[in-house]
Design a protein around this ligand. Sequence first.
Ligand code: C5P
Length: 322
Amino acid sequence: HRALGEVWDDEMSSSMLGKRLRKVVQNYQAMNKYGVEFSGPGGVATRPKVSGSELLCQLKYKVDVATLTPDLEPFSSLPWAYQLPLQPITSDLGPYKSCAVVSSAGSLRYSGLGKEIDSHDAVLRFNAAPTVGYEKDVGSKTTVRLLNSQVMASDDHRFLSSSLYSTGVLVAWDPSPFSADLSQWYNKTDYPIFAQYQRYRRLHPLQPFYILHPSFEWQLWQRIQDNMAEPIQKNPPSSGLLGTVLMMSLCEVVHVYEFLPSQRKTELCHYYQRFYDAACTLGAYHPLLYEKNLVKRMNQGLDRDIYTHGRVTLPGFSTLNC
Ligand code: C5P
């Protein structure tokens, strides 16, 4: 009877990081690129730590999983508005019974999780994560691919020409200033998401392609901050958490793989690249450490499943009785 190895501690804080990473995180906590305004950390002193089921209800009712539609300003007065989907993604996709979210973490390598991942009704992948050549570990089904605007804009990802992006429904996101409306964001995106979106749509007009409403990112950021005892990075949540919450709005049950690292935990950043950096798993720019604390608290599966499969089980919003 072997003792269960350590799994993610839901009280992780920047003070538990190594010296180098702690500095980087502290720098981002002090920086405020997007003009985030908030009234201090909730703090355990004023607010007791809420339960996992309370956290799930907060996500369900305080975070609106919205995508851009052509009726919204400023798009309604732009000539390319017709390229945006008429309906939000939550009206067009699902509901699915079971969904898998595949984190891209290096710990997926040699996991043998491919069959299990593909057995879900829908599979979400991120950015440039491939399946070809890695089927045994990550599966081959791609229902949705969530892309950040940096991947869409960078030359080395060949977003407009690579076949990597041609399967499944695409969903893109870009951070807006914290209190900006859509017009202000349109004129101040981090990367040229809208130019790339229009180009891609012209080349692949039949592939569904959504853009996340930036208020989704900041509402989710607020849920993380309100439930942490210390100030978190004032940057949007990582694609991993955005995709997980997106799938919770489309699916009855969501399995997230290697977001909370298994016994295979490694500094290998992605399963598909020979690049090592603990920041990929612990966060630097993104408040990833705190995202993982929340996900650990909401997990309805066993610690054993995290340890052996890197698997977290989250209920879909439609199944919650809040
Ligand atoms: O790096 P990328 O953003 O494409 O990876 C997708 C998501 O998977 C990240 O946003 C993060 O949430 C998660 N991830 C992780 N640990 C890693 C790599 C990625 O938790 N080592």
